[in-house]
Design a binder for this molecule. Structure first.
Ligand SMILES: [Zn+2]
Length: 132
């Protein structure tokens, strides 16, 4: 069962009723702009309990993989081969990119997957991650 909540601005706490829709997102996941501070964010979110149960990575990854295989057959198989080749060719590259672009300290890995991309971190870097 889905429990979708309207979301207050995560920066200033202004209620969602004072946010304006943008041209991005869709009816299920609208991207809105805060009427007070101007932050643009996803205006609705599942309840925390849903993240832990229905939308847990371990569960949703399997469901999405099965859906892609079913709906896209050959294209899905080709994509998996491409991903495998990419991993072989660029296995250590994310850490090199971080070392080149960021000073040592905390580093946020957006769409971190299983969190292994920056693990173990280079000396001086403290990785944080969020999977979307
Ligand atoms: Zn705000």
């Amino acid at each position: 069962m889905l429990h979708i909540l309207d979301r207050a601005c995560p920066l200033c706490g202004t209620p969602s009723a004072q946010a304006s829709p943008t041209k991005y997102g869709n009816t299920e996941w609208p991207i809105v702009e805060c009427g007070q501070c101007g932050l643009v964010f996803i205006g609705r979110t599942p309840a925390q309990s849903e993240f832990e149960e229905e939308r847990a990575w371990e569960r949703s990854f399997v469901q999405e993989t099965e859906r892609r295989a079913r709906d896209h057959g050959a294209l899905f198989a080709l994509d998996r081969l491409t991903r495998a080749r990419f991993k072989l060719a660029y296995r250590r590259r994310p850490k090199a990119i971080v070392a080149r672009l960021a000073r040592p300290g905390p580093v946020l890995d957006l769409a971190c997957g299983d969190g292994n991309t920056l693990h173990p971190p280079a000396p001086g870097y403290v990785p944080f991650g969020i999977e979307v």
